[in-house]
Design a binder for this molecule. Structure first.
Ligand code: AMP
Length: 220
């Protein structure tokens, strides 16, 4: 059966960074709803224009368009073995829609790694974050700086600070997470799918725990 992994956690906890490593190690594609919206924004599509007004404020893009975007993405052939979902679902309605989508593909959510951290850690992580313009590689000015300031180590492209990573928006993103997304932690815990990992640990330690838990659970 295809393996769908839902990566859950507050903004800034390192989901994107960890999803990239997991994708490589487990051999599944990373599907990031935030990256898909940013791609639409860059290409100035109708969806991108709609999403921008929400993203700039740190609000969630409405469920119907988000669900349709993910449904289209995971129905493509490169997701036939499953995917690592990073940033989706973010509301109970999205979680329900995901179950329906996967059931229609004769599959289901396999496991939900939940990376947790205190609010003070999140603000520090997000406000020092720099992203590569070409492929979204992520750096942190204190915890994982690039070799040369402002330039991606991997593909030499420019690093930029996401508009929604600025202090005013970060506070709202955390609030939105706590009110709309945090209930999913309990939902997946009740389903017996949740594996909690302490996201305040160094990045490599989080990766190590994630990988060892994933390997055990996916081979069940
Ligand atoms: P991220 O890169 O995951 O932090 O997402 C950046 C922004 O994209 C969020 O603050 C939302 O505005 C939007 N977004 C990403 N994923 C979702 C989702 N599942 N539901 C609604 N909005 C989303």
């Amino acid at each position: 059966m295809a393996k769908y992994i839902v990566l859950l956690g507050p903004p800034g906890v390192g989901k994107g960074t960890q999803a990239k490593v997991l994708a490589e190690e487990i051999g599944l594609l990373q599907v990031s709803s935030g990256d898909l919206f940013r791609e639409n924004l860059k290409n100035e599509t109708e969806l991108g224009k709609l999403a921008k007004s929400y993203m700039d404020k740190g609000e969630l893009v409405p469920d119907d368009v988000t669900i349709a975007m993910i449904r289209e993405r995971i129905s493509r052939p490169d997701c036939k073995d499953g995917a690592i979902l990073d940033g989706f679902p973010r509301t109970p309605a999205q979680a329900e829609a995901l179950d329906t989508m996967l059931a229609s593909l004769n599959s289901r959510v396999a496991v939900v790694p939940y990376i947790s951290a205190e609010e003070s850690v999140l603000v520090e992580r997000i406000s020092g974050r720099w992203t590569c313009r070409a492929s979204g590689h992520i750096y942190h000015e204190k915890f994982s700086p690039p070799k040369q300031a402002g330039i991606c180590d991997i593909d030499g492209s420019e690093l930029y600070q996401r508009a929604d990573d600025r202090a005013e928006t970060v506070v709202n993103r955390i609030h939105v997470y706590l009110t709309q997304t945090a209930p999913l932690v309990d939902h997946y815990r009740k389903c017996g799918k949740l594996v909690e990992i302490d996201g305040a640990q160094p990045v490599e330690k989080v990766t190590e725990e994630l990988l060892s838990d994933m390997k055990k659970l996916l081979n069940r």
